[in-house]
Design a protein around this ligand. Sequence first.
Ligand code: G3P
Ligand code: MG
Length: 283
Amino acid sequence: MHPYWPYPFWIAHRGAGRQAPENTLAALRLGLALGWRGFEVDAKISADGVPFLLHDTTLERTTTERGRASDRMWAELQTLDAGGWHHSEHAFEPIPSLAQALDLVWAHGASLNIEIKPTPGDETATGRAVAELAQAHWLAAQDQAQSSGRPGPSAPILSSFQTQSLQAAREAAPALPRAHLFHQVPAHGPELALDLGCCACVVHHESLDAAMVQALAQGGLKVWAYTVNELEAAQRLAAWGVDGLITDAVQFFDPRLNPRDDPQRRLHLLPPQGPAHPEKAGS
Ligand code: G3P
Ligand code: MG
């Protein structure tokens, strides 16, 4: 039997978060408008347990506030300006809840990779809350689609560097697929991922080689590489047979074509366009 794997080859990092403020609905809308149908976002929880999108532990890089985001209640977090740092055009773009991001992505028939990015110390609570929300939201969307005779959205895939978060996610939402993130796959990495019931590993592209891609695939794991912004690296990874690439370069790579469908594993590029905004990559 084939594993459940409805995801596109191309995934926009932080929701197309280089050309627009990362982890916001504005970024997801931009990616959707450019034809992207797979998105990665970072999720953590507020002081009152609401899953929302933010990469960093603290607020200063991507909002006008300072300090740990997880110390604030969701009612306050959702009023912050998470867009003005990127460009004045995005001033007062709010921090979205995870539920809002799911609704937007699904309304366009796209899929979401939710990276569980806990505030240190919140690994288990974040894994549990993110997974519970994602599963409940997905099951409700499935029911709704079924009653109106439409196909339902793909299951969100949960990923994390934190084994504890993946364990908590597994217990809270066994129906959702999971992926282990690795800066570099340790010797016991494939076994760890399989023991956690993961179907994939998401690995920093510079630490991958053909042998590792093959070893993971032979172990029954899908392989995604992050964050791949250069043509040469993308070509090399596609030739090794990775199942997907996470990228910031949403105006460079053509997301509609999957090199895995092409015997020569060719990539396609979009025609050159001027940058929408100054490139501000995050940490
Ligand atoms: O999920 C892949 C990638 O997003 C991991 O790194 O720091 O951009 O969340 P980071
Ligand atoms: Mg991430």
